[in-house]
Write a protein that binds this ligand. Structure first.
Ligand code: NAD
Length: 496
């Protein structure tokens, strides 16, 4: 167990100055990994002031220098990748193979991508849009960004928030979820060791209503960037609106997984199991609703259940473990509650739907679960589960498939499985989601944006599109005539 500080303010790791203590645990075993005190409003203010001060120099640091520091940062993270993966795995209850093969390499690639992107901020070319002026576009950083992150991919979420902000010349104060601060602090510490100046990246750990609210309502924050649930996102947006602050919201998801009757059934079944169970289903893009065209339906349900039963639950540090625990017993209660209500409403649990016993009983494990016969308007089909649960429903026509896919409040991600190019094109055009995969579900890549439609939020993480969130566009219009009396002055006065 470590009792070192779980905050990083102005280049130093330290404890919070409030008297409220919190502990960080491994949800797969209950082991306490760290204990610390929460950030107070004074700590948040100190972090914001440090970020304000750092902004004056960081925003003027030439992009090539920002890039060099970020590349050194990526190298340091690479050297520490085993330690980062072990910490991410134990704090998140996720299998070590996922942390090693997805979380950590994904973040290192993101750092390298944004290091290069720092030198490539784009805008419209300068030109004479009026015969008497040259117009130029300046893309400028905003100032101090206040960011709030969730617990499902702590390191990746910290990276998605911090990287585009600092690559564009902003400074940042990030509040990770209280359950999972460990790797966010390690990430910020490595940035400082790589030469990113003190105050550019600050981490304050605390509750949403405490440190989180103090951060987003701080008058010196130029922008709020939030990833989390739609319910909290609404509150965050209200607070930001009250102060006319820019806001970027990455919220919940309820991804449809549409299998047409010309799809490769085995590929689709495997894709559904991987897409539903990744990170124990605690993934905002996880496949949660499989709609399968009737001729394939029974075989699909049968094969998915067979594959789910083969998934190996186990200790998260065992390289052979496929699926770990949920993030907390509270989250497991939420998942189990939704499954029980679905069962009580007449849905059938084909596999799973129970808490594993034996050695896994001390962790927040939940068995991979497949549900059928749930009505489209039921809670389990409409609301986010955030657990290892897939619901499967049949459909008859293509029109019906598109309608059902769009029939929830969310619009973060979706997939369509087909060998017909016209069906694939139609699904990618008509499904309202920020990402539509064709014959796959889950992969992400640094160069491409991630973000929602509808109640899944607005704005983009990753890719150079994210710079639109973290920069202001300024128009500079310069007279090129040198005339004292401009032609348009006639509109206002005519005297010579
Ligand atoms: P959550 O909304 O409960 O909490 C997210 C963060 O907000 C935490 O750091 C929390 O402390 C903070 N918070 C809570 N109340 C706050 C308030 N009043 N003011 C300021 N901050 C506050 O979400 P969670 O349970 O941590 O994470 C799961 C959710 O995140 C799911 O809904 C999931 O879909 C979503 N998510 C979305 C994306 C995406 O890219 N769209 C990615 C990952 C997770």
């Amino acid at each position: 167990m470590t009792s070192t500080g779980q905050h990083f303010i102005n280049g130093k790791r330290r404890s919070g100055s409030s008297e409220e203590r919190f502990s960080v645990t491994n949800p797969a075993t209950g082991e306490v990994l760290a204990v610390d005190t929460r950030a107070s409003a004074d700590d948040v203010d100190e972090a914001v002031q440090a970020a304000r001060k750092a902004f004056t120099t960081w925003s003027r640091t030439p992009p090539a220098e920002r890039c060099d520091a970020m590349l050194r940062w990526a190298d340091l993270l690479q050297q520490r990748s085993d330690e980062l993966a072990a910490t991410e795995s134990s704090n998140g209850g996720k299998p070590i193979k996922l942390a090693r093969g997805f979380d950590v390499p994904g973040v290192i690639d993101n750092v390298r991508f944004f290091a290069g992107a720092a030198r490539n901020l784009e805008g419209k070319s300068s030109g004479e849009y009026s015969p008497e002026h040259t117009s130029t576009i300046r893309r400028e950083p905003l100032g101090v960004v206040g960011s709030i992150a969730p617990w499902n991919y702590p390191l990746q979420m910290a990276a998605w928030k911090i990287l585009p902000a600092v690559a564009a010349g902003n400074t940042i104060v990030l509040k990770p979820a209280e359950l999972t601060p460990l790797t966010s602090v390690m990430f910020a510490e490595a940035a400082q060791e790589a030469g990113i100046p003190d105050g550019v990246i600050n981490i304050v750990t605390g509750s949403g209503r405490g440190a989180g609210h103090a951060l987003i309502s701080h008058p010196n924050i130029a922008m709020v960037s939030f990833t989390g649930s739609t319910a909290v996102g609404r509150e965050v947006a209200k607070t930001a609106a009250g102060q006319v602050k820019r806001v970027h919201l990455e919220l919940g998801g309820k991804a449809p997984f549409v299998v047409f009757d010309d799809a490769d059934l085995e590929a689709a079944a495997r894709g559904a199991v991987a897409g539903a169970l990744i990170n124990s289903g605690q993934d905002c893009t996880a496949a949660t609703r499989a709609y399968v065209q009737r001729p394939h339906y029974e075989a699909f349900v049968h094969r998915v259940a067979e594959l789910m039963t083969d998934v190996r639950l186990g200790p998260v540090d065992d390289p052979d473990t496929d699926m770990g625990s949920l993030i907390s017993f509270r989250q497991r209660e939420h998942v189990a509650g939704m499954v029980e209500r679905a069962r009580a409403g007449g849905a059938k649990v084909v596999c799973g739907g129970y808490l594993p016993d034996g050695p896994l009983a001390r962790g927040a494990y939940y068995a991979p679960t497949l549900i059928i016969d749930a009505p489209q308007d039921s809670e389990i089909v409409q609301q986010e589960i955030f657990g290892p649960v897939l619901v499967c429903l049949p459909f008859d026509t293509d029109d019906e498939a598109i309608r059902l896919a769009n029939d929830t409040p969310y619009g973060l991600a979706a997939s369509a499985w087909t060998s017909n190019v016209f069906r694939a094109q139609r699904a990618s055009r008509e499904i309202q989601a920020g990402c539509v995969w064709i014959n796959d579900h889950i992969p992400i890549i640094s160069e491409m944006p991630h973000g929602g439609y509808k109640a899944s939020g607005f704005g983009k993480d990753m890719s150079t599109y994210s710079f639109d969130e973290y920069t202001n566009i300024k128009h500079v219009m310069s007279d090129i005539t040198g005339d004292q009396r401009k032609s348009w002055h006639n509109l206002v006065f005519t005297s010579r």
